[in-house]
Design a protein around this ligand. Structure first.
Ligand SMILES: *Cc1c(COP(=O)(O)O)cnc(C)c1O
Length: 352
């Protein structure tokens, strides 16, 4: 059935192995982030033997799906205080920044007779999650009073909310704080986690601070693109995922709507470029499944004109292909469209 997103597992495995090998030369272990494909079991099963240190996800539901995998599991999103029981059950490690939550994690860990391992997140300026650097010392003192909790490292997240680029300064400072704290409190630090796909360029350029020994990689392995500058990474496939949608209408029509222009389906006032009469194809996929700006037709002579909830409108006038109703149009996707397509129950997922 269409629409369909096809996942080429061999290409994804290649990307992961390439990154793992490259990072290993800097003693960096990789956590592969599974959230953008909802920890799809067939995909996850296909990557556990690629030399990765752990699978990591922001959603506890996804970690639950992976419970039987024989590999470390990490909860990436700072836990909701109401999900801590599941966190202790399904995650080997979680990333944390709130004392109250850690107290509750400790309580359930003690009840279960185990220690729950945590990575303390430090905000190095991106202003998403993390303890402020000045307060880390005091924070650790509080954590050390909690039974059932083991501090296994420090981490930071960059280039997410604030768009801050990882560099020698912010990651160097994270490393410095981590080493100082480990020494001061005799912590058994396993990880200093230097960020996500946006930190990879520092590895490629031999600039990653030597104390950083972990990266949490999602997008770069999935789409072959680093995320500090948006560059393609040589040696990686950028077509692990191909989205396929079927043409349901194909007609010659004007390029500018007829009548008084009010608002489109999403409350925006649209603007139209007059291209005269064009050949318009409607494919059966829409904003419920993708972002139209995040689709890239493999037939590069196709332009995407727009999309409503379930229709995406294409200009196929310049294409060399003689499309017909029922034909399938293929697209590469960006991160936003990948997320939506993998999450949409209307898009069939096919692993090849
Ligand atoms: C999603 C997420 C990642 C992965 O980010 P990518 O840019 O896809 O590599 C890493 N760390 C945290 C905390 C995340 O939430």
């Amino acid at each position: 059935m269409y629409p369909q997103i096809v996942v080429n597992l061999e290409k994804y495995r290649h990307n992961i192995k390439y990154l793992v090998e490259k990072c290993a030369t800097f003693n960096i272990k990789n956590w592969i982030v599974t959230k953008s494909f909802c920890a799809h079991p067939e995909i996850v099963n296909g990557i556990v033997d690629c030399g990765i240190d752990a699978v990591a996800d922001s959603r506890i539901q996804n970690l639950k799906k992976m419970r039987d995998l024989n590999i470390k599991k990490i909860l990436l999103r700072v836990p909701m205080i109401d999900e801590v029981e599941d966190v202790v059950e399904y995650a080997d490690y979680s990333l944390n920044s709130e004392i109250e939550t850690i107290k509750k994690l400790g309580k359930y860990a003690v009840e279960k007779g185990i220690n729950h391992k945590i990575i303390i997140m430090v905000d190095m300026g991106d202003l998403r999650e993390g303890v402020w650097p000045d307060n880390v010392d005091e924070f650790i003192q509080e954590v050390l009073k909690i039974d059932g909790i083991e501090i296994k490292g420090f981490g930071t997240n960059l280039t997410c909310y604030g768009g801050v680029i990882p560099d020698e300064n912010n990651l160097g400072r994270l490393a410095e704080i981590s080493m100082d704290m480990a020494k001061k409190f005799s912590l058994d630090i396993e990880y200093i986690s230097g960020g996500n796909s946006s930190s990879y360029y520092l590895v490629e350029n031999n600039r990653i601070p030597k104390e950083i020994n972990n990266l949490r990689l999602g997008e770069i392995a999935l789409l072959g693109r680093e995320t500090a500058f948006g560059n393609r990474v040589e040696g990686l496939y950028d077509d692990v995922f191909v989205l396929k949608a079927q043409i349901v209408e194909l007609k010659n029509k004007p390029s500018v709507p007829i009548g008084t222009i009010g608002m489109d389906a999403f409350g925006n006032k649209p603007h139209y470029e007059d291209r005269g009469i064009i050949k318009r194809a409607i494919v059966a996929i829409g904003r419920q499944d993708i972002n139209p700006d995040g689709l890239f037709p493999l037939d590069s002579d196709i332009d995407i004109l727009g999309a409503s909830s379930d229709h995406t409108i294409l200009d196929v006038t310049r294409s060399k292909m003689d499309y017909k109703v029922g034909d399938i149009i293929e697209f590469k996707v960006d991160y936003g469209s990948l997320l939506k397509a993998m999450t949409s129950e209307y898009v069939e997922k096919r692993v090849i």
